[in-house]
Ligand binder design. Structure first.
Ligand code: 5GP
Length: 369
């Protein structure tokens, strides 16, 4: 019989973190944003657990370099060739960009070729190990995904492996037999159509709580992927005990994201000297990896048994990614001072989460300049 689980699942917009008296932190500067991650399969990495999404638009070299330079984590999307990634590795070494936290993404198709690609990176470009691998599948519940994960672990026993996506706790232990980090989130992404097209998905807050609990019980880690709208959502995810957060849309309007800035002109209602005032606005393209656009670009078109589960968007251009990264650091540090957490690692221990009906005051939102 079909079951309905009556407990309401929550998303980022359903909660807030309640400020409280705790250890007195005088300044945001006193907060330690770096964390040491000891992974289930033996490796250790240090950094602020924020990733760029492994999408063609934001999983590119420019975005990755900026995150790595700031002590965060980064992925590269799966459509880069060995030589392209090799070039990035060489260049980063020259510029002293640390590569320890860089994850190379592979998909589920052509596993032999993907494994060969990782090995070639090692032999040809001195990518020592390869150290970190992201195995990407929109739906990790299929047996093929589990088989690929087991095989990749067998081939690269010393690598940190992140695998996903999943959206329930029941599969976590199975993945952690081979993976170090489970990527959690289905249907939350800003360029995602999965919930509309399939009716499937789980709200992020409840999902993080469930998966973090299970993963941590066996020494695994999780990455909350999709649905970050504001920096506050990143702070919430850390408070809920997510180890890592993955961000797509928030980086997609920046200079560093793939693609040119697109200029558009709009007629306004204002008339000056008898002429209608034209307003100029700037955009960047952002598209889901399962969108028709991505399928046309990378897979030679949409297969006739598939439906598009991603959208193509033009989103406002926001300038340099530095400003966004500064906001992320500042927002997380400030959250820590509100709850008395001395480090990101301690956020979940210090946080009290409240369920709310109204998260933000939007009264003047349309007057924003
Ligand atoms: P965002 O930060 O933009 O809210 O979410 C980024 C995440 O959306 C990605 O890391 C990935 O998990 C998910 N995503 C990317 N492209 C697609 C797509 O075409 N369809 C779906 N369902 N999810 C996508």
């Amino acid at each position: 019989m079909t079951q309905i689980l009556h407990e309401i699942n929550l998303d980022y917009s359903d909660i807030l973190i309640r400020p409280k008296m705790g250890i007195n932190l005088n300044s945001r500067k006193d907060v330690n944003l770096q964390r040491i991650f000891k992974f289930k399969h033996g490796q250790t990495r240090t950094g602020l657990g924020v990733f760029n999404a492994n999408m063609a638009t934001v999983g590119n070299f420019s975005v990755a370099a900026k995150l790595l330079a700031r002590g965060m984590f980064a992925t590269l999307h799966k459509h880069y060739s060995v030589d392209e990634i090799g070039g990035f590795i060489k260049e980063s070494k020259k510029e002293n960009i640390p590569l320890d936290n860089l994850f190379i993404t592979i998909g589920l198709k052509n596993t032999d070729a993907e494994i060969e690609k990782l090995k070639e990176l090692e032999s040809k470009y001195g990518w020592n190990s390869p150290r970190n691998i992201c195995i990407d599948a929109p739906n990790f519940y299929i047996q093929k995904a589990l088989d690929v994960l087991a095989r990749v672990r067998h081939e690269f026993p010393d690598s940190v492996i992140m695998a996903g996506n999943i959206a329930s706790g029941d599969i976590c232990l199975k993945l952690l037999d081979y993976a170090d980090i489970i990527k959690c989130g289905i249907g939350s992404g800003s360029a995602c159509l999965t919930r509309k097209q399939t009716g499937c998905g789980t709200p992020m807050v409840s999902l993080i709580l469930e998966c973090a609990d299970i993963a941590h019980s066996v020494g695994g880690h999780i990455c909350a992927d999709g649905g970050i709208v504001d920096v506050g959502d990143i702070a919430k995810a850390f408070c809920l005990n997510s180890d890592f957060i993955m961000v797509g849309g928030m980086f997609a309007g920046t200079d560093e994201a793939e693609g040119a800035v697109i200029e558009k002109h709009f007629e306004t209602n204002e008339i000056i000297d008898g002429k209608r005032v034209i307003q100029t606005k700037f955009f960047k393209q952002y598209y889901g990896m399962s969108s028709e656009y991505a399928n046309n670009k990378f897979a030679g078109g949409m297969s006739n048994y598939k439906t598009s589960e991603g959208r193509e968007l033009l989103i406002p251009y926001t300038g340099s990614i530095d400003k966004v990264l500064q906001d992320i650091n500042g927002g997380i540090a400030s959250c820590c001072t509100y709850i008395g957490a001395t480090s990101v690692k301690h956020m979940s221990k210090c946080a009290t989460i409240i369920q709310v009906h109204n998260q933000l005051n939007k009264v003047f939102e349309k007057y924003s300049v």
